[in-house]
Design a protein around this ligand. Sequence first.
Ligand code: PLP
Length: 293
Amino acid sequence: MSAQQLVGVIGRGVFPAGQLVISADDLGFTRGDGCFDATRVVTDAEGNSLVENLDAHFDRFDASIVGVGGEPIDRDAWRATIDEALDAWTEPGEAVLKIMYSNGQESQRFGAGADRPTEVFTLTQMPVSNISDRAGISVAMLSRGMPSNAFADAPWLLGGVKSLAYAVNVAAKREAHARGAQDVLFTSTDGYALEGPTSALICLIDGVLVTTPIEGTGILHSITQRMVFEGAEAAGFETATRLMTTDEVRGAEGAWFASSVRGLVPLVAVDGTPLPQHADLTHRLRQWARFVD
Ligand code: PLP
């Protein structure tokens, strides 16, 4: 089938794009009170579609849902509706599975049957820009306006929760585009590099692969970065999880953005400063993440 998008409603089934499935007073829409997760779907030449790392994404989705006050999902129910969509998705290539949860409708809060959550997903053809980004992108460093430890002992700030409230991440990307860069590297007010709006940061510094710690920083724990580090360590590479100053990133031997949807994307320049490129290492990082292009 050559649909551009399918929409799944857990417990109700799969619908074509454009079907209205969310109420106008949904708390996800009115307050961003919910969360999501996203991963890649790859469809082979025979039309068989496979979701990558679904269990790891379900684990993080559950943690995000608990973070916004909900209950872990019924995985069997989710799997059944996702499988229905995968059966209908037969166009060879790549797609994005985005799973979404909100705390339901505002009106339910005040009546019978209150607190029924909204559970939906979309399966969408991979945007071509995500594929072309894999050749390398330039980033602008933009401050998140907080110190690197702003999220320590403050669970209400929802650090590590992939909340639906991504307007700041989207606005930062618009600012980067206005500055002539393709993406954003968020920084802290005390001078550290953190993550991208939809990606983790991995740098090669003094021969060591380094990434940002999640503790205190509030960054998302990237599944792709974790897989890269597991593979790198098994192959005898040294890795470290520590804060990196913005100067360290500018002077790094190499830097990449990691995410489930785009895979490993080399950073070609940071604030206009070119970074060294390593096609072989980029290939290895993708292999460690089991991200086949
Ligand atoms: N950081 C943020 C803020 C993200 O939104 C994402 C993914 O969307 C990532 C990092 C990368 O996480 P993953 O590798 O699990 O896709």
